[in-house]
Design a protein around this ligand. Sequence first.
Ligand code: GEK
Length: 258
Amino acid sequence: MKDRSNPPRHGSPAKSSEARDRLFAAPLSKIEAFRFDAQVAAVFDDMIDRSVPGYRTIVAAIGLLAGEIAQPDGYCYDLGCSLGAASFAMAHEITAPGCRIIAVDNAWPMLVRLRERLRILAGPTPVQPVCADLRHVPIRNASLVVLNFTLQFIPPTERLELLQAVHEGLRPGGGLILSEKIALEDPRQQAIFTDLHHAFKRAQGYSELEISQKRAALENVLIPETLATHRGRLKASGFSSSEVWFQYFNFVSLVAFK
Ligand code: GEK
């Protein structure tokens, strides 16, 4: 058990320094499929904070979970790291000696900004940015793997193979943190949770137009699955246990152990 006497530190810069997400504010004649390009990277902190209920809480808790789970001289992988929020949270909370965080994303504009942040926000555990498709990154000697709202962007037919590779690369007792937007089994619940998520976004200052255009852009790009599907796949990948540690409407985070 680690010493908790130090005050918590969070891996994101102050909210006031962020650019405001207005990417879907004006009417678009054609809605292109959503891509993690330079425009998105420039407003990403604000976009994810105002779109994913509980995002900051999840990121801070990933740091705490990493403090518990990371083993000495092991790697921690942050797959689909974007601007590195989870990596920075882990870097500040891991006390096990000799750890290294491998922060992977295939969006170059995200990695460029992450590298800039590393100069200011680096924590005691080193973070190594890697620009690559996470499906081609070998996972080895890992004590923790984080997929924080990333698996949902991988085609469903490739998800089992990816989780099997993650399981294979984990040391005994290693953990996976999996956060996802989920689909609900019951159509009524699906409708209610969708409405609640949109109400959350309206409360964050997004207009109806922004909400509907972003939703259309994410269609067939972000593919949610039910909690039962995720848990079944974790089991099929070899994980001995999985638990939900966070849920806010249709946004869930699980921790699974090898
Ligand atoms: C956070 N985890 O702030 N290979 C590598 N990266 C990928 C791939 C892939 N095949 N597919 C998508 N990505 C972050 C938030 S965002 C979630 C994760 C969201 C990357 C993509 O470029 C993007 O940066 C990230 O996964 C998803 O804790 O925007 O809802």
